[in-house]
Design a protein around this ligand. Structure first.
Ligand SMILES: Nc1nc2c(ncn2[C@@H]2O[C@H](COP(=O)(O)OP(=O)(O)OP(=O)(O)O)[C@@H](O)[C@H]2O)c(=O)[nH]1
Ligand SMILES: [Mg+2]
Length: 375
């Protein structure tokens, strides 16, 4: 009869109901149910333990890393490198970066034109009209301001893309003429004082390519492109079985209040410092902020480190100067439990960054093994 197949309300909690012997006495049933309850309890305890072990393993396999440092120290550049080395690459961003490349070119030439006026250098007569044109690009001042949020918005806003492309194409010949002028090149030697971005030369040297109809930024263009980070962005990468949660923050002063909540349970902080910037001040204050441009400054422009760090007694060579900066960073560590590992690199060089990323991964892996008591 069908009724032998259907379960009464009392049997609902009995998972073995279909296998219950037909001639079971009430006492046998009580014992059986008890045994089943105990088995379920043991099974639940095992599940719980397995879950806890899995969580512990996952925790060991996840590393939270914070990228910190002042504005333009190369945090977002490191993140782009991670995407190239351990992520999906930069293809998704190529289209969006075109406008940033165009705006970076205009920003650079505008900064040089302004500097030329301030420094009082004389431009070739035939370039005077070009100079005036760039100086008068004031109506788009906000778009051209590399510290402006408008530039940040430019990667999202299609209309700005069209504007920046039009604006770039309208001025391409002007930019090329000015960049070839000896007086503008002279201003370039004062790049630090006029706040010119490190990649200005790269952008100005490649203007013709950026003006081609089907221009799409290369990986190198994207690595050189500069856009200020606003807020905090989380990115995930898997490197040698470890899941890295990496937080890229805005380094500008106005952005630093966003940093605080992200310090909780971090495994490591990657602190970026542009050591070429030892002669520059931190944004709008007079606090001194500290990469290949360093060599140029020391050896060609002959900027003296002693003038900025009076306690420095060494020569003005790259080796001694970089050792000095390394010691300065290490001396800030007051906690023996915490380690500072110093690496010198070009954040824009993918080959060099591969080595650094492998080394960071090695350190994190060792920290995890130590935490789990395996070493
Ligand atoms: N020459 C040189 N340029 C670099 C190096 N690292 C980064 N840059 C360039 O310097 C600029 C740094 O920009 P970002 O990586 O956006 O700097 P950031 O630290 O993220 O700055 P914020 O987002 O404002 O905090 C970019 O134009 C890079 O191409 C380097 O090692 N050498
Ligand atoms: Mg950034």
């Amino acid at each position: 009869m069908a009724s032998t197949q259907s379960a009464s309300i009392n049997d609902m909690g009995d998972p073995l109901r279909p296998y219950v012997p037909g001639n079971e006495t009430p006492e046998e049933k009580r014992k059986r149910v008890n045994l089943e309850k105990q088995a379920k309890k043991r099974s639940d305890a095992i599940d719980k333990q397995l879950k806890a072990e899995r969580e512990e393993r996952d925790k060991q396999k996840t590393a939270k890393l914070l990228l910190l440092g002042s504005s333009e120290s190369g945090k977002t550049t490191v993140l782009k490198q991670l995407k190239i080395i351990h992520g999906k690459g930069l293809s998704d961003e190529r289209q969006r970066y075109r406008r940033i490349v165009h705006l970076n070119v205009l920003t650079a030439i505008k900064a040089l034109a302004n500097a030329l006026v301030t420094l009082g250098y004389t431009i070739k007569p035939e370039n005077k009209q070009h100079l005036d044109r760039i100086i008068n690009l004031t109506t788009i001042k906000n778009t051209l301001n590399r510290n402006s949020i408008t530039v940040q918005a430019a990667i999202r806003d299609q209309q700005l893309d069209d504007n920046s492309q039009d604006l770039f194409m309208e001025n391409i010949n002007t930019v090329m003429a000015l960049w070839n002028d000896p007086a503008i090149k002279q201003c370039y030697n004062s790049a630090s004082e006029i706040g010119l971005q490190d990649s200005a030369k790269y952008f100005l040297d490649n203007v013709e390519r950026f003006g081609k109809d089907n221009y799409l930024p290369t990986d190198e263009d994207i690595l050189q492109a500069r856009i200020r980070t606003v807020g905090v962005a989380e990115h995930r990468f898997e490197i040698a079985d470890v899941v890295y949660r990496i937080f890229d923050v805005g380094g500008h002063r106005s952005q630093r209040h966003f940093w605080a909540p992200y310090f909780d349970d971090v495994n490591a902080i990657i602190f970026m410092a542009a050591i070429s910037a030892f002669d520059q001040t931190l944004e709008d204050s007079d606090i001194n902020r500290m990469i290949d441009i360093l060599k140029h400054k020391l050896e060609d422009v002959k900027v003296k480190v002693k003038d900025y760090f009076p306690e420095y007694q060494g020569d003005n060579k790259f080796q001694s100067v970089s050792k000095f900066f390394q010691r300065k960073f290490l001396s800030r560590n007051n906690n023996d439990e915490k380690h500072i590992y110093v690496h010198f690199t070009h954040a824009t060089d993918t080959k060099q960054m591969r080595v650094i990323v492998a080394s960071v991964n090695d350190i994190v892996q060792r920290m995890n093994l130590k935490a789990s008591g395996l070493i």
